[in-house]
Design a protein around this ligand. Structure first.
Ligand code: C5P
Length: 398
C-alpha cells in the first residue's frame, strides 16, 4: 500500500524507540522505503545497527558527516521524502520544532523540510502535561503538523497517564492516512450514526445502545481524506465531527428521509444503530401507571430498513454500500448472511456480547465481510477502525 513512498523516519530518544523497530518492520512490509535518522539520545535506547538492519538503509546521525554529505546532503534527505515521521517524538524534539531550533541532524532536517510531518509523541506523563509542552504542541499543530497519540496507560517509568507512544500498527495507519490526505477529494460520502429514538409517548422511547462514537470517527476519517461528508445522526452523545455536513434526526423514518434527500454518494456507510421497531400509535399524552389497570400493550411495527433500501436502489446506488452488524452470537455466520440479505457490498461486524464493552466503549474489533471473504481485524480504537475503513474505501474508489 505504501509502495514507492519514501519515509524520513526520525527516531527521538525515549524508551518507546523500541516500538519504532516494529514500526520499521511494518513499513517495510507495506512497501515503504525508509531513511532512518536517529538523535544521539535515541542511540542510547536502540542501536543504530538494529535500525539499519530493519530499515535496509544506513542510519544518519550526524549533521557534520563529510561522507554522508558527499553522498546526499542533509537538505536533500527531506526533499526525497514523501512524509517525515517522528517516532518517538520527545518533548525536546517538539520544543525544538516549535522554536525553530536546528542544532543536530534531526532538528535541522525538520527546519529545512518542506514535507508533511507526522508526530508520534512519547514521554513521561508530567512532561506531556507540562505547560511548556502544551504550548509547544499548540504551536506545531498550528503549523499544520499532524499527530497520533500519545495513548494513556501504564508507562515504562511506572507512572500512569497519557504519554505512551501509539502502537506501531496505529502509527502505520496514520502514516497511510497522512499520505492519502486529499485522496478522496471530489468524492461524496454518506455516514449514518448514533441510535434512533422511537417515541412511545412524550416521555418514553425505544432505542438501541449507541454512543455514536464509531460513526463520528468514520465521518472524521473520511473528511480528513478530503471527502465531502454528509453525516446523518440520531440523538447520539458523541460530539459531532468537524468539517462535515451534519443532519440531526430522531427517528428511523426521519433518518430514512434524510438519507433519501441527501443526494448521490460514491460511498455510504451505515453505522447507525437504527431501532428495528416503533410503536404503531404514539400517545399524545403521557401513559399513566395506575394500580389495577392492565399494562400497556405496545403494538409494534417495523421501521424502514435504510441500508437495505439504499443497497437495492435501481438507480443512483452508491458505488460502495457498507453496513454494520452488531451481533452477540455466531458473528461471522450472521454477518455473511446479512451482507447477502441486505444487498450491501461490505459488512463490518462486531461482537457486542463479550466482556469488552463495544457499545459505548472506545475500542472495537471488526470482522470485515466482503464478496471475497472474511477478514478479522485486531482490537483497536474506534478511531483506528475508522482510519482503516477510510483507507480501504479510498482504494476501492480509486
Ligand atoms: O439488520 P440489522 O439492524 O442488524 O443491520 C444492521 C445494519 O443495518 C447497520 O448498518 C444499520 O445501520 C442498518 N440498518 C438500517 N436501517 C434499519 C436497521 C438497520 O439502515 N432499519
Amino acid at each position: 500500500m505504501l509502495a514507492g513512498k519514501n519515509i524520513l523516519l526520525i527516531i527521538g530518544g525515549g524508551i518507546a524507540a523500541y516500538k519504532t523497530l516494529e514500526l520499521i518492520r511494518l513499513l517495510r512490509k507495506d512497501g515503504a522505503k525508509i531513511t532512518p535518522v536517529m538523535t544521539s539520545a535515541a542511540a542510547e535506547f536502540v542501536t543504530p545497527m538494529s535500525v539499519s538492519a530493519l530499515a535496509g538503509e544506513a542510519v544518519r546521525q550526524s549533521l557534520f558527516d563529510l561522507d554522508e554529505e558527499a553522498e546526499m546532503g542533509h537538505i536533500q534527505l527531506t526533499r526525497a521524502a514523501d512524509l517525515v515521521v517522528i517516532a518517538p517524538a520527545t518533548a525536546d524534539l517538539i520544543a525544538k520544532m516549535a522554536n525553530g531550533l536546528a542544532n543536530d541532524l534531526a532538528s535541522t532536517l525538520l527546519l529545512a523540510g518542506n514535507k508533511p510531518v507526522l508526530l508520534a509523541p512519547a514521554m513521561n506523563v508530567a512532561m506531556w502535561n507540562h505547560p511548556a509542552t502544551r504550548r509547544n504542541l499548540a504551536v506545531v499543530e498550528k503549523d499544520g503538523i499532524v499527530r497520533i497519540g500519545p495513548e494513556a496507560g501504564e508507562m515504562a517509568c511506572g507512572e500512569f497517564g497519557p504519554g505512551r507512544m501509539s502502537e506501531p500498527g496505529e502509527i502505520l495507519t496514520a502514516i497511510r492516512n497522512a499520505l492519502t490526505a486529499g485522496k478522496l477529494t471530489g468524492k461524496r460520502v454518506l455516514v449514518t450514526s448514533g441510535p434512533t429514538h422511537e417515541p412511545i409517548d412524550p416521555v418514553r422511547y425505544i432505542a438501541n445502545r449507541s454512543s455514536g462514537l464509531q460513526g463520528s470517527e468514520i465521518a472524521r476519517a473520511f473528511a480528513g481524506m478530503g471527502a465531502e461528508v454528509v453525516f446523518v445522526t440520531g440523538p447520539a452523545v458523541s460530539p459531532r465531527p468537524g468539517g462535515v455536513q451534519v443532519v440531526e434526526v430522531e427517528t428511523a423514518r426521519e433518518m430514512a428521509g434524510a438519507v433519501d434527500g441527501a443526494g448521490q454518494f460514491d460511498a455510504a456507510i451505515f453505522a447507525a444503530a437504527v431501532a428495528d421497531w416503533r410503536v404503531a400509535v404514539v400517545q399524545n399524552g403521557k401513559m399513566k401507571k395506575e394500580a389495577g389497570k392492565p399494562l400497556p400493550d405496545l403494538d409494534l411495527v417495523e421501521n424502514p430498513d435504510i441500508l437495505r433500501s439504499v443497497s437495492q436502489r435501481k438507480t443512483g446506488r452508491p458505488h460502495l454500500v457498507i453496513g454494520f452488524a452488531a451481533e452477540t452470537d455466531n458473528v461471522e455466520e450472521n454477518a455473511v448472511a446479512k451482507r447477502i440479505r441486505k444487498g450491501c457490498d461490505w459488512i463490518l461486524a462486531n461482537d457486542v456480547g463479550g466482556d469488552r464493552a463495544v457499545m459505548g466503549g472506545e475500542d472495537n474489533q471488526i470482522l470485515l465481510v466482503t464478496e471475497d471473504g472474511v477478514e478479522q481485524w485486531s482490537w483497536m480504537s474506534k478511531r483506528q477502525v475508522a482510519n482503516m475503513l477510510a483507507d480501504r474505501v479510498s482504494e476501492e474508489l480509486l
